[in-house]
Design a protein around this ligand. Structure first.
Ligand code: DUC
Ligand code: ZN
Ligand code: ZN
Length: 549
């Protein structure tokens, strides 16, 4: 006779975003079925003894790039993500993440968002996915008629209820009027608008890409000395071309635009204390601004761009991401505070995987830079990329921006946040699982442990002192990237079990899942951003109050 439950997790300390307590959890047909002080072992086909360790909802990583060609270079130079849905999601579950939301990116030459999503979806179906998955849409060509036609289809048929907009990168940057066009259409459908906030014009100017001003007084104008003119182009100058004020200005501007038309927005990958302060101020005024930060901003600084061999070494390109982390660790402290005090709603990986030793990865920083390639006798192909790159400095502007981190996100915040007492276990669950599920319309199926309603997605940690501490090396990870920015960092805990809809997919260092396990998630609209915008909605000095009359 079949038993009442499929699986019971015994002797754990269950943590949700609101509660912590010693409870057993029973699972039936992939759902959380029952929580109680004690559930008999023989009520289930199988039992796992959590031995007093934390048991939490599986991680929801709402910011990952998989199978994406990223047109972030000048003139559309394109890096290729090293992970597809199969390898990226494999890495996710080995680090305690059971749901991912990946980007489907529109290129400027592509008219239809529906075609873009269809193509990404075909890719995901072909490789399969170890975790459950969903998509955000990146909009780079905001034709209003197309938005009016296609956004409703994305929302209603695909369950894609969030879009990302860029304020930088020549091939992706939207001007203010274009940002407004999308925000206006997004607001009508409650599509969550995610903003990459960096002032692209400032970056181009500091780099030296803008010509001199076309003025009759040209000869009187002192030509500013830009990074390129000074020859400051090695990887570490990527950060110098984007001082934190670049992010701060764009953050402020996006808030002004959003506030004027009363569209809630979310800032992705916030890296600086100054941008966080602008966000906090707006939240205090009562305007719904949400924010995300990521591990690289808690653990890296500009110093990491000089980490390898010498400050000039091209290998430092491994640490390039946008926005860059702060110049020193003072930004890190401010971001930890923001994680505690609610400035940040979610904590995501921004897994943006480019291999170092790859003609479509970081090596583009040399391969696209003509002076670095002068005199090179090697053919440009994958077999020779290492020889070509070796000893060159390249140019930062051609290096694809992004770092891998889908597998390390949950362990880093657990070890350096919960175990070091910076955040509570409940706040940990809120940031890594519950809030992203609510923000992106997946709650309570994901991010919760509600009997009958929530999928049985769980992460179970080791009991205190049980796991042998280790220093991280890239060969422990399951992504398809040839490095990790967190090489050498110490870990005293790591997910012991990951469970996806009742199936144990990762256990004590063994990958048990398959690429057939993951299911596509049609999302609802946000359960956070739909909260009414009340506090300043009638203030004619800030808001175009007539717009929606
Ligand atoms: N934006 C991201 O979201 N990830 C990496 C690079 C970027 O510009
Ligand atoms: Zn971005
Ligand atoms: Zn990203």
């Amino acid at each position: 006779m079949s038993k009442q439950f499929d699986l019971v997790i015994k002797n754990g300390v269950v943590v949700t975003s609101g509660d912590v307590g010693p409870l057993d959890i029973a699972i039936k047909d992939g759902k959380i079925a029952h929580l109680a002080a004690s559930i008999p072992e023989d009520a289930a086909e199988r039992a796992i003894d959590a031995e007093g360790a934390y048991v939490m909802p599986g991680g929801v990583d709402a910011h990952v790039h998989l199978a994406q060609d990223f047109t972030s270079g000048p003139g559309g130079v394109t890096g290729k993500c090293a992970d597809d849905f199969m390898t990226g999601s494999r890495s996710a579950i080995c680090g305690g993440t059971t749901t991912i939301i990946a980007f489907a990116q529109q290129n400027r030459w592509e008219e239809s968002l529906l075609d873009v999503v269809t193509a990404y979806d075909r890719g995901a179906s072909e490789t399969g996915c170890f975790s459950d998955y969903a998509y955000h849409i990146i909009i780079t060509r905001p034709d209003v008629e197309m938005l009016k036609r296609e956004l409703p289809v994305l929302v209603n048929e695909w369950g894609i209820t969030s879009c990302k907009l860029f304020m930088t990168y020549t091939a992706m940057q939207l001007r203010d009027n274009e940002l407004l066009d999308v925000m206006y259409e997004a607001r009508k459908l409650a599509v969550t608008t995610m903003i990459h906030a960096e002032n692209g014009d400032l970056i181009a100017w500091l780099t030296g890409e803008c010509g001199p001003p076309k003025s009759i007084h040209l000869e009187l104008i002192h030509t500013a000395e830009k990074l390129e003119e000074k020859g400051l182009i090695e990887p570490r100058y990527h950060a110098e071309s984007r001082p934190p004020i670049v992010e701060m200005e764009a953050t402020h501007r996006a808030i002004v635009l959003a506030e004027m038309i009363q569209n809630p927005i979310l800032f992705v990958h916030v890296g600086s204390a100054s941008a966080a302060a602008v966000i906090r101020k707006s939240q205090t005024r009562g305007f719904p601004v949400y924010a995300e930060t990521c591990p690289q901003y808690l653990h890296l600084t500009w110093e990491d761009l000089k980490r390898f061999h010498s400050p000039q070494c091209f290998e430092n390109s491994k640490m390039i991401c946008s926005p860059p982390p702060g110049p020193d660790d003072s930004d890190q402290e401010a971001l930890w505070t923001g994680l505690r005090n609610g400035t940040f709603t979610i904590f995501s990986s921004d897994h943006c995987p480019f291999r170092y030793d790859d003609i479509r990865g970081k090596a583009l920083g040399v391969l696209q830079h003509a002076p670095s390639m002068e005199g090179s006798t090697c053919p440009i192909d994958q077999d020779h990329v290492h020889d070509i790159v070796h000893g060159k400095t390249g140019h930062f502007k051609y290096i694809p921006n992004g770092c891998p981190g889908i597998e390390t996100r949950m362990p880093l915040l657990f070890n350096y946040g919960v175990m070091e007492g910076r955040i509570t276990p409940e706040r940990y669950v809120e940031l890594t699982s519950t809030a992203p599920a609510k923000l992106y319309g997946l709650y309570p199926k994901k991010g919760a442990l509600m009997p009958g309603l929530s999928d049985a997605d769980l992460v179970i940690w080791y009991p205190d002192g049980r796991m042998t501490p280790f220093s991280l090396t890239n060969d422990r990870l399951h992504h398809n990237v040839d490095y990790t920015p967190y090489e050498g960092m110490s870990f005293t805990n790591w997910p012991r079990y990951t469970i996806l809809r009742g199936k144990v997919v990762w256990a004590e260092g063994q990958l048990l899942g398959t690429p057939q396990d993951g299911e596509y998630l049609k999302r609802k609209t946000s359960q956070l951003t739909t909260a009414a915008v009340r506090s300043i909605a009638d203030d004619k000095r800030r808001v175009a109050t007539w717009l929606y009359k």
